[in-house]
Design a protein around this ligand. Structure first.
Ligand code: SF4
Ligand code: SF4
Length: 382
């Protein structure tokens, strides 16, 4: 059994980037098509079943201005950063992109990518924005259109058998990630929030069978380790997309433990599995309609129920609601979520920043003050 530190190291940013680049280069050399996708509303299973490699597109580690020449400065910094990465040719290896219709910023990103980055294959999935009885039916129709478009691009049909096989592979990976999160329910989890974040992020950048193998080895070691010496307030982080582990790490360096998240590069990515009964496209559609929602897709009530449930299950002391600047959808939801959580006796800190990865030093003072306050609160001081 390899030491835990060695296993965790594989998921850290530098190692992960090296491994991902190597796999992409090998795939390209074998003629494999690589498809970039932008959001956890993308049904990767269909891309995988087409024999292609899905890779999540993320922004750069530092803010970049190039994207702002095409997407206005008062639009989502994540969308602008992704576009900058495309314009700076960091995603030149992609054969195609898939973007679901979620928020306006993501839709504009799709238009700009097609116009200015240029790519052989581009597809937008029109994801339903209401949880009506017709939503699953509508998305099934969209996924059927997506499947046909991919088949045409690949020059080969996607069989029912390969779709089912892809779903099984993805379900296995999701179940293992859920097991990893289960380990964080204990008083002193054996793996930190920042490390866990990297493990989930790696699942979006590596082929699923390889990630599953790495994760299985990690879990075997974690299962045999028992609890760590972790301490500090137990925090849930929710909100806009967070692309790098630096923000979670900052909270943990301030003395807390991020034991659970409600993020799209996080628990939302794997929380729900796909059942294998009946029509497989409909089953995939059902999963993507009913997965843990982004604020840009459904009303905040479902989001609040999710936060309340996770707070209880993970024995959370406080919630940090994080938003990117100009992310109207999360800004809109936060006041009512904060009010409802505080009514449940859960303290809430709202934070906003310009860039979701890289340095967050300016937020440190506010996090420290908040942790100090909830520390006093839990000790019963005034
Ligand atoms: S924040 Fe919402 S729209 Fe943006 S990538 Fe995440 S799930 Fe998609
Ligand atoms: S929901 Fe907010 S953070 Fe996510 S992509 Fe849209 S504007 Fe950006």
């Amino acid at each position: 059994m390899r030491p835990l530190s060695v296993l965790i190291e594989q998921f850290k940013e530098d190692s992960l980037n090296r491994l991902s680049s190597k796999i992409i280069a090998e795939g390209k050399a074998q003629g494999k098509k690589i498809i970039g996708y932008v959001c956890h509303y993308t049904p990767e299973e269909i891309i995988y079943a087409a024999g292609m490699l899905p890779i999540r597109i993320l922004g750069g580690p530092e803010p970049s201005d190039i994207g702002s020449a095409y997407l206005h400065r008062n639009m989502c910094p994540f969308a602008r950063s992704c576009l900058s990465q495309g314009l700076e040719k960091h995603y030149d290896f992609l054969d195609g992109i898939v973007i679901p219709h979620t928020c306006d910023a993501i839709c504009k990103l799709y238009d700009m990518w097609r116009l200015y980055v240029k790519i052989p294959f581009a597809f937008m999935i029109d994801h339903p924005h209401q949880l009506t009885p017709g939503a699953v039916h509508y998305l099934t129709h969209e996924l059927n259109r997506f499947q046909k478009s991919l088949e045409e691009f690949a020059g080969t049909p996607i069989s029912e058998e390969s779709l089912r096989e892809a779903v099984v592979i993805y379900n296995t990976n999701r179940s293992l990630l859920k097991h990893l999160y289960e380990l964080r329910k204990v008083n002193a989890p054996p793996i930190s929030g920042a490390e866990t974040f990297q493990v989930v992020k790696a699942s979006m950048l590596l082929p699923k069978p390889l990630h599953t193998q790495m994760l299985q080895e990690l879990l075997e070691t974690l299962d045999s380790q028992g609890e760590s010496d972790g301490k500090g307030s137990r925090i849930l982080v929710s909100g806009s997309i967070i692309e790098g582990s630096e923000f979670i790490q900052l909270i943990e360096e301030c003395g807390a433990q991020v034991v659970i998240d409600n993020l799209c590069v996080g628990s939302k990515y794997f929380w729900n599995n796909i059942h294998l009964d009946g029509n497989i496209l409909e089953a995939i559609s059902h999963r993507y309609v009913h997965q843990s929602p982004c604020a840009c897709v459904y009303s905040d009530q479902k989001g609040f129920e999710q936060l309340k449930g996770l707070s209880k299950d993970y024995h959370v002391d406080a919630v940090i609601l994080y938003s990117l600047k100009f992310c109207d959808t999360y800004h809109y939801d936060f006041p009512s979520q904060k009010e409802k959580l505080e009514k449940e006796g859960i303290p809430v800190l709202e934070l906003e920043s310009e860039h979701s990865s890289g340095a967050h030093g300016q937020l440190k003072t506010r996090i420290e003050a908040f942790l100090e306050m909830i520390g006093k609160h839990s000790r019963g001081d005034s």
